[in-house]
Design a protein around this ligand. Structure first.
Ligand SMILES: [Mg+2]
Length: 261
């Protein structure tokens, strides 16, 4: 019982003398440890998945077909936890600050382009039971899900949508969904709160075999030629916001589940 306090005093005395005598060395050692642990203690599970997510969100990793198998848990926790919502909120807040800062003329020509899947509507209920992107895209099962018409709204995007309407901005939905999904998409949008829009542009047969990048660029160009001003453009894919006539500013929402070129 008496050994412990003595040992503790000796230990503390050693620390104090070591710290006082070799402070720069001790500081340096702590600094070296940080990159290995990612923090003050222990290892950080999922650190490589975080790096992977950062790389896909910044368009450094492209043309990927599925989420790495070891990242299923990481992506699932990210999507279902608070971080996905927080990351989305930062994006939509910036979008709102941008729109609000513009001195918009009330001529009915100002439009905001929204993508649909993982931008205004969420397919998370589908992906949550299909491996969070770790499984290859299955058109049959995904279309079955879409045709149910029960995709929830992304809450932060819905808030942005409503606020943009108060500025007199018109909304254009530009989606990779096909014309055959017009009715279910329209109903789904209305049921979750997107009650009005200027245009709902779906991918017609003219674009069969064309990338989303090509299709969306062409449709935005048509809008501009009709006299619309694209004051903002929000999407979860880089192919939503790269190309021609992308808009006054673009806003990339998070999506670590799939990639569309
Ligand atoms: Mg999308």
């Amino acid at each position: 019982m008496e050994i412990l306090p003595v040992a503790l005093v000796f230990f503390l005395a050693t620390i104090v003398s070591t710290t006082q005598g070799y402070e720069p060395v001790l500081t340096h050692h702590i600094h070296l440890l940080k990159p290995k642990t990612g923090g003050a203690r222990g290892s950080v599970p999922g650190l490589s998945c975080l790096s992977w997510r950062l790389a896909v969100e910044t368009n450094n990793i492209i043309n990927w077909k599925k989420v790495p198998a070891e990242c299923e848990g990481y992506v699932g926790h990210y999507m279902l936890g608070h971080q996905y919502r927080k990351d989305s909120k930062v994006v939509t807040n910036e979008a709102w600050l941008h729109a609000k800062s513009l001195n918009l003329t009330k001529d009915g020509k100002n439009v905001w382009v929204f993508d649909i899947d993982e931008t205004t509507l969420s397919n998370l209920p589908y992906y949550a039971v299909n491996g969070f992107g770790t499984e290859l895209y299955n058109a049959t099962s995904f279309n079955e899900w879409v045709l149910k018409g029960i995709a929830p709204a992304l809450p932060e995007s819905l808030k942005l949508y409503k606020k943009l309407l108060t500025l007199g901005v018109k909304v254009v939905f530009l989606t990779g969904r096909g014309e055959d999904q017009r009715n279910v998409t329209s109903t789904n949008l209305k049921n979750v709160g997107y009650h009005t829009w200027e245009k709902l542009i779906l991918k017609g047969s003219a674009y069969t075999g064309k990338t989303s990048y090509v299709y969306k660029s062409a449709e935005r160009t048509k809008l501009v030629k009709r006299g619309f001003r694209i004051i903002g453009n929000a999407g979860d894919q880089w192919s939503d916001i790269l190309g021609t006539n992308v808009g006054n500013r673009t806003f990339k929402l998070p999506d670590p589940i799939y990639y569309i070129s």
